[in-house]
Ligand binder design. Structure first.
Ligand code: BDP
Length: 713
């Protein structure tokens, strides 16, 4: 049990779970019109393998119903089913990628609106069986939004700066060899395709948003084509990140001006070649004019000019352009109290609304800054009325413990997806913006920075895989319950034992609040080291530079004043009702107080605590929760296979320790800065901490740690 199969282990059910169910189980799988290499063919094969694993039954696959006396599992597209049987079951009601599943009656019937949908239906049925669920069902299910993409930030070159996968914690790239080429051994690609298909992710961008133009080199074209071929049987289409300056830096032109005919022709050539090699290519992802990346602003062209240039080259082929709204000036003057990185997206994009081509989708990070432990929803979602939009989530835990900490993310995502943006004073949840209900856009949806690697655990930790699983489930249906999704994942990943499920559920649901508690509270953001690692505590690094998120902490007070009245005006970027709420401390929720307001450390929160005492208490509480994780995991010894058990025990033990480092570093820092003691007198006593000075260690030398607060003495 190394984790490589993730939640698709197809472990054999015990007799107590199958009791009586196998006698009249189907004896064959019928796949109508399945062609080798197409998703329907994959579906039939997956059913065969899955049922063999889960139930121990050997089923044949055929292409027509021959023996009417025995029952079959019929898997087909709606078209093929209708051609064969004359009509569709009544409850079939499908849009693109949707499926119908029925195990009522003699046969089990899986009908996809297309082949991809049929494959999703097969996975759904296998997921039921693997969970010991033999209930009779008959229903159609459809995606909430058409775009459900993974974004991999894989680098072609592992030049040491960002490693083989930028912000990846699961080993080297599954796509590239680290010296500029698509790797020879692409055996992980179909395995990832299988995982993604099972959670109904239908696209994947295969390279870093900080894109290297050499992905377009002659040699890499073949590799890209090969990657697409390996994903295709799983219904996963590939996309590619582009570097805006490629025509100049790679193509040898003297410009990359998006309105220059030569430049347009150059890109048209790229797009044409792409579709010749990869006819189902999904589209491009573009990061432009952000964090030093080139873009159209260099030529005084708008971001829309840039996006539309790409869009026009692939519109005839049916492709789309995901254009990132993560545009800000990382060289902004941090001493200017009216400057605000959180304002950037609306400032850049609001005036462009209506100027994007129909096949451009603006891809927006969930919050206005950058994947922090707590952010309000990006106000851009309620600003762009004429523009297709997708949300960008982050499965890779860049600021959230980097897979060394258990942080189950769906509860965080749901604060964003469920948020009511009050567009025109009406209920308008973010998820209803993404599915087009609020502004009537057909394109839209969900993307997540996934960053799996060659590690057998894919992400670097077994428990982190629940975030990948949940991303797909939520992208299909954002109204699902985070806990219920997790229960499915746990049954599929670790089996049907109740204590395993309950323990993992309780720890996971406590994990994001705990992480928020022992890192950055009240909307002050994660307080990690900001300039390099994005890991571990370093509150001082948040200010004094343009990349930082600016806490504005001084001896008396803390927080970004984002009010319209005195601050950066960010609160005013929301729709009037929401803006009014965030403008005043009285109506701002505690968990965003320091995001929107600059207040004294002695400011009294709605909870009745002062800001500084909340910091102290939260840090002790968070670390206390983390301290329970290894103990609770210990109770599962023997109930989880040893290999995965030990791996997670190591991780959770580390997390418990690191949460103390976090706790003491942050508390010391603000104790020193504010001069206000903890009313419970804990700070500087470092409860539960083992001091290096108290140990005898061989072969170690003392070093100064950065920042000093992370050392307790
Ligand atoms: C930041 C990451 C950086 C990415 C950037 C982005 O630290 O590695 O390049 O976001 O999303 O969070 O473009």
């Amino acid at each position: 049990e190394d984790g490589l199969d993730g939640w698709l282990r197809y472990a054999r059910l015990r007799d107590c779970h199958t009791g009586g169910q196998l006698d009249d189980f189907a004896t064959s799988i019928v796949a109508l019109n399945a062609t080798e290499g197409a998703p329907l063919h994959t579906a039939a094969h997956e059913l065969q393998v899955g049922i063999q694993g889960i139930l121990g039954l050997e089923l044949d696959v055929s292409d027509s119903v021959t023996d009417k006396d025995t029952s079959s599992i019929i898997v087909a597209t709606a078209q093929a089913y209708e051609d064969e049987f004359g009509s569709l079951p009544e409850a079939v009601d499908l849009i693109e990628d949707g499926f119908y599943l029925s195990n009522k009656g003699d046969d089990t019937v899986i009908i996809g609106s297309n082949e991809r949908g049929a494959l999703y239906g097969a996975f759904e049925y296998l997921s039921m069986l693997a969970q010991g669920n033999f209930d009779e069902v008959a229903y159609s299910t459809n995606p909430d939004a058409p775009i459900r993409w993974a974004n991999q930030w894989d680098n072609l070159w592992d030049n040491g700066t960002h490693g083989p996968v930028e912000r990846g914690y699961g080993g080297v790239s599954i796509f590239y060899d680290g010296v500029g080429h698509v790797r020879e051994d692409l055996s992980r690609v179909p395995m990832l395709g299988r995982l993604l298909a099972s959670i109904r992710v239908n696209g994947i961008v295969i390279n870093n948003v900080n894109a290297d133009p050499t992905i377009l080199s002659e040699r890499n074209w073949d590799g890209v084509e090969e990657i697409a071929n390996l994903f295709r049987p799983w219904g996963v289409r590939i996309g590619m990140s582009l570097n805006f300056a490629s025509p100049q830096t790679f193509g040898g032109l003297d410009s990359f001006d998006p309105l220059d005919d030569q430049v347009i022709d150059w890109w048209q050539g790229i797009s044409d070649e792409m579709y010749e090699r990869v006819p189902d290519f999904a589209g491009y992802l573009v990061k432009a004019n952000s964090e030093g990346q080139p873009g159209p602003l260099t030529y005084n062209r708008t971001l829309a000019d840039g996006a539309n240039m790409f869009a026009k080259t692939i519109a005839p082929h049916g492709g789309i352009v995901m254009f990132r709204a993560f545009v800000y000036n990382h060289l902004a003057d941090w001493t200017d109290w009216h400057a605000d990185r959180a304002n950037a997206a609306v400032e850049f994009f609001a005036e462009l609304d209506g100027q994007f081509d129909d096949n451009v989708v603006v891809q927006i990070k969930y919050g206005p800054i950058d994947f922090q432990v707590r952010e309000p929803v990006s106000p851009l979602f309620s600003t762009l009325r004429e523009t297709a939009m997708a949300i960008e989530l982050q499965v890779t835990q860049e600021y959230l413990g980097q897979q060394c900490h258990l942080v189950y993310l769906p509860p965080l995502w749901q604060t964003i997806l469920d948020f009511d943006l009050r567009v025109d004073g009406q209920e308008s949840r973010t998820r209803d913006v993404l599915n087009g209900n609020v502004f009537g856009k057909k394109l839209g949806g969900y993307t997540a920075v996934t960053n799996v690697g060659m590690d057998p655990t894919w992400l670097g930790s077994h428990l982190s895989m629940s975030n990948l699983y949940a991303f797909g489930r939520l992208a299909w249906d954002p109204t699902l319950d985070s806990g219920a999704i997790l229960d499915d994942w746990t049954r599929l990943t670790f089996g049907l034992g109740r204590s395993v499920r309950e323990t993992i559920r309780a720890m996971s649901l406590e994990s994001w609040p705990a992480y928020e508690n022992y890192t950055g509270n009240l909307g002050i953001q994660t307080l990690t080291d900001i300039l390099y690692t994005h890991y571990g505590p370093n509150p001082a690094s948040q200010d004094n530079n343009g990349w930082g998120q600016w806490t504005r902490a001084d001896g008396d007070s803390i927080g970004m004043d984002r009010t319209v009245r005195n601050g950066t005006g960010n609160a005013g970027q929301y729709q009037p009702e929401v803006a009014a709420r965030y403008e005043e401390t009285e109506t701002t929720p505690d968990d965003l107080m320091l995001w929107f307001h600059h207040v004294p450390y002695t400011f009294e929160l709605h909870s009745g605590k002062t800001v500084i005492q909340h910091f102290y208490d939260a840090h002790y509480a968070g670390a206390e929760t983390a301290a329970t994780f290894p103990k609770r995991w210990e109770t599962l010894r023997g109930r989880v296979d040893d290999e995965r058990f030990e791996h997670e025990l190591y991780r959770l033990t580390y997390q418990a320790g690191h949460s103390l480092v976090w706790r003491d570093a942050i508390n010391e820092f603000y104790r020193n800065l504010s001069g206000i003691p903890d009313v419970h007198d804990r700070v500087r006593h470092h409860p539960w901490r083992i001091e290096a000075e108290d140990m005898t260690l061989d072969g170690y030398v003392p070093v100064d740690v950065e920042p000093a607060e992370t050392a307790s003495q």
